[in-house]
Design a protein around this ligand. Structure first.
Ligand code: SAH
Length: 369
């Protein structure tokens, strides 16, 4: 049992079982021992690798997507380019380098990075020290944002937001909690009574006994807040993550990843990444509730291909062969062709990962949706 599981166990012993959302918040963000609060989890030496760490092409194309939306909405100035959960800052650095193609855009924006982790904020500051646009940091997405039009990117951010789990029993939908087993070790336990006030979304009717429903109310509330801002002031949001397309299933998707392998969710809180599938349909609904329009989700492979990643990879491969690189980072797999395959092939990140766009209802359709 590590120090954080000991503290969580003592909390449960004194207060009773906690929700999975509360467990996730402590495991990921505890200031002393939380996973993100204390480490740089990315890359070969870390626990998992994300698309921007695989290849500079990912951030470049997402950056150009934002530039195109800004252009299509009449080049509003001033504007803000916000990223949620920027990790090492790699995506933003690649996006800003690509955006140099449109100097007006860079001259109009302030970059805002929303990051809870002090450890990762320090790395982002280093990555972005030569940023061509001013950058500032917020620990959460809140009123400290300016009132400018909002152009927003989020890659593998929503999957880290806390979820609650409910299981269908013959008594009704009961919440799955984190309690203690007879040895005082963290263990899942179903609440004995159905949750009061629990309502299932209409598309989940007909679930069999034993079905799981994962409620990501924080993710939906955030998507709605983003949508309200975009509907009112203009802008565009692109959310890329792994998860369900049209129909979310009834399975359990909460997972822990450590050293590039799955681990037990409760085994070593603070030492493994925790995440769950995104319900894209729920996020699109939230965008509509916020008064904006949701587009997609489109599978990552299809989306990046339609944005031109194949010719971009060919060009990058030529530059790599001639020994010159367009001042991007080398990526996790050094060859452009291997990077391309990891990002777009169906058995890699091409179909499980998807992109969803949130736009003002009256704005031109976003590129490639
Ligand atoms: N977008 C990056 C990192 C993804 S990991 C990439 O693609 O490489 C998730 C990121 O979100 C980390 O930077 C983590 O510290 C941050 N994060 C997770 N939960 C957060 C929260 N509630 N508020 C702010 N940042 C959060």
């Amino acid at each position: 049992m590590n120090a954080l599981s000991g503290r969580i166990a003592r909390l449960i012993a004194s207060q009773g079982p906690i929700s999975i959302a509360q467990f996730m918040t402590m495991a990921l963000h505890d200031p002393q021992d939380g996973y993100y609060a204390t480490r740089d989890p990315f890359g070969r030496g870390g626990d998992f690798t994300t698309a921007p760490e695989i290849s500079q092409m990912f951030g470049e194309l997402l950056g150009l997507w934002c530039v195109q939306c800004w252009h299509d909405q009449g080049k509003p100035a001033p504007a803000q380019l916000v990223e949620l959960g920027p990790g090492r800052g790699t995506l933003m650095a690649d996006a800003l380098r690509a955006a140099k193609l449109m100097p007006d855009f860079l001259a109009s924006i302030e970059v805002v990075l929303v990051e809870a982790s002090p450890a990762l904020t320090a790395i982002q500051k280093e990555t972005l020290k030569d940023s061509p646009a001013p950058v500032r940091w917020l620990t959460q997405f809140d009123e400290r944002l300016s009132d400018r039009p909002l152009f927003l990117l989020a890659n593998e951010f929503f999957d880290a937001l806390p979820i609650r789990q409910f299981v269908k029993t013959d008594r009704g939908w009961c919440e799955r909690m984190v309690g203690l087993d007879t040895n005082g070790v963290l263990a899942f336990a179903l609440a004995p009574e159905p949750s009061a006030g629990f309502t299932l979304p209409p598309n989940r009717d007909g679930a069999p006994l034993g079905a799981f429903y994962e409620a990501a109310s924080g993710a939906s509330a955030l998507a709605e807040q983003i949508a309200e801002i975009i509907a009112r002031r203009g802008g565009a949001a692109l959310i890329v993550d792994y998860g369900y397309g049209v129909e979310a299933g009834f399975g359990e998707t909460l997972q822990a990843v450590k050293d590039h392998a799955f681990a037990g969710v409760l085994d070593s809180p603070g030492e493994a990444d925790l995440s769950a599938h995104i319900d894209f349909a729920a996020l699109a609904d939230a965008a509509r509730s916020g008064g904006a329009k949701g587009y997609g989700p489109v599978e990552q492979g299809e989306f990046l291909t339609s944005l031109g990643i194949i010719p971009r990879a060919e060009r990058l491969a030529q530059q790599q062969a001639s020994g010159s690189r367009e001042c991007g980072h080398l990526g996790d797999s050094p060859q452009a062709e291997a990077q391309l395959e990891r990002l777009i092939l169906p058995d890699q990140m091409g179909t499980l990962f998807k992109a969803l766009a949130i736009m003002p209802a009256n704005a031109p359709k976003p590129p490639r949706f």
